[in-house]
Design a binder for this molecule. Structure first.
Ligand code: WQD
Length: 335
């Protein structure tokens, strides 16, 4: 698993191990430390979980990984993901996010090919003509270099699968991943000031941030704030197990498949904030501020295809998810 020590990678590792798969975690630790990796070992009891510190832009290191382990499927999480930073430093994003994926596919091919699961994003839809978005909803031109790298990597996988029969691929388009593992031993660990909503909420609640700014309450939505599809991180992780199972059990109907991974339920920023206050019995300090450039008004998933083909659907309620996010933040505060 490339980038497997991060927020999503660590939750996916837990679910894969608990589903009986052998996992190797590889990460260059450019955007995380080993806190979550150590948490994964505690949760699963797998004290010998293999970890390889490496960069997937490094051909020799990637070659070494494929020579050291028999790899039947690779899940590619490695990539930078800060929308704002991608606008101010696009070359950092194009060289890393595209270079690592091309290199990974080239090495995989040289080792006889493998099943590739790509971590994509609903951001490829931009501001969709309408929601819920299905997998056939047209992709809009990306609103950031980060989003563009997701679109381009999808196309790299699509075209590689067509040209090289030894490569099979699935792209999972995540909507908004939030929350933490129920054990509170792994969760989101943003470096510096969080870009995303839920870590900013929990850091404000725990006193690390003074006040949450809600970016815009003048959108054409019921309460004026943006609508998103917030998918619980454990539900998201389980979708990866279903996708890996589909690939390894030979159930794929096309050599390249795409799935939306969301709940199908739109939730506004203000609804999320008030749910967080209610479920955790606290008052959050927040204010309404100007819109954030690049934000889409509303997007949520139609997850029917994942339900049908992956036999997956989101199960945790947003209340459970918000309680898990708070438990994780409090765990961090005790460290
Ligand atoms: C959600 C809503 C903000 C912070 C991005 C990427 C996506 C994925 C997830 C990486 C928006 C509002 C946020 C804050 C706020 N990428 N907000 N105050 O922008 O939907 O998606 O992150 O994992 O690919 O595009 O997520 O959490 O940043 O914002 O009001 O302090 O919360 O305006 O409406 P987003 P987000």
């Amino acid at each position: 698993m490339s980038g497997g020590a991060g927020y999503i990678g660590s939750h996916v590792t837990v679910e894969l191990i608990q589903a009986g798969y052998d996992v190797v975690v590889a990460d260059n630790l450019s955007n995380c430390d080993l806190t979550c990796f150590e948490g994964v070992k505690k949760i699963t009891g797998k004290s010998d979980l293999p970890f390889v510190k490496m960069d997937f832009c490094d051909h020799a290191a990637t070659e070494g990984l494929f020579s050291s382990f028999k790899i039947d499927a690779v899940i590619h999480f490695a990539g930078f993901k800060a929308v704002g930073e991608s606008v101010s430093d696009p070359l950092k994003y194009y060289s890393n996010n595209l270079g690592s994926f091309v290199n990974l596919l080239q090495v995989a091919r040289a080792h006889g090919g493998c099943n590739v699961l790509f971590s994509s994003s609903a951001t490829v839809y931009g501001e969709p003509e309408k929601s819920p978005a299905t997998e056939s909803t047209p992709r809009q031109s990306a609103t950031s270099p980060y989003g563009n790298t997701k679109q381009i990597c999808e196309d790299i996988l699509r075209d590689s699968v067509k040209a090289y029969p030894e490569i099979k691929g699935i792209a999972l388009r995540y909507f908004n991943p939030i929350g933490a593992h129920p054990s509170a031993l792994i969760g989101e660990l943003p470096r510096g000031v969080p870009n995303n909503l839920v870590p900013f909420i929990t850091q404000t609640a725990v006193g690390k941030r003074e006040c949450l700014s809600i970016f815009g309450n003048d959108y054409p939505t019921p309460d004026g704030t943006c609508l998103r599809d917030y998918i619980d991180i454990v539900d998201l992780a389980k979708a990866h197990v279903c996708a890996v199972r589909r690939m390894l059990d030979g159930q794929m109907e096309q050599p390249y498949e795409i799935y939306n991974i969301g709940t199908g339920r739109p939730v506004s920023v203000l609804e999320l904030v008030t749910s967080f206050e209610k479920v955790n019995n606290l008052k959050l300090n927040y204010k309404f501020a100007a819109r954030r450039p690049g934000d889409v008004t509303a997007i949520w998933a139609d997850p029917a295809l994942a339900c049908e083909k992956l036999h997956w659907k989101a199960e945790r309620s947003v209340e459970e998810t918000l309680a898990s996010a708070w438990a994780w933040e409090k765990h961090l505060a005790e460290q």
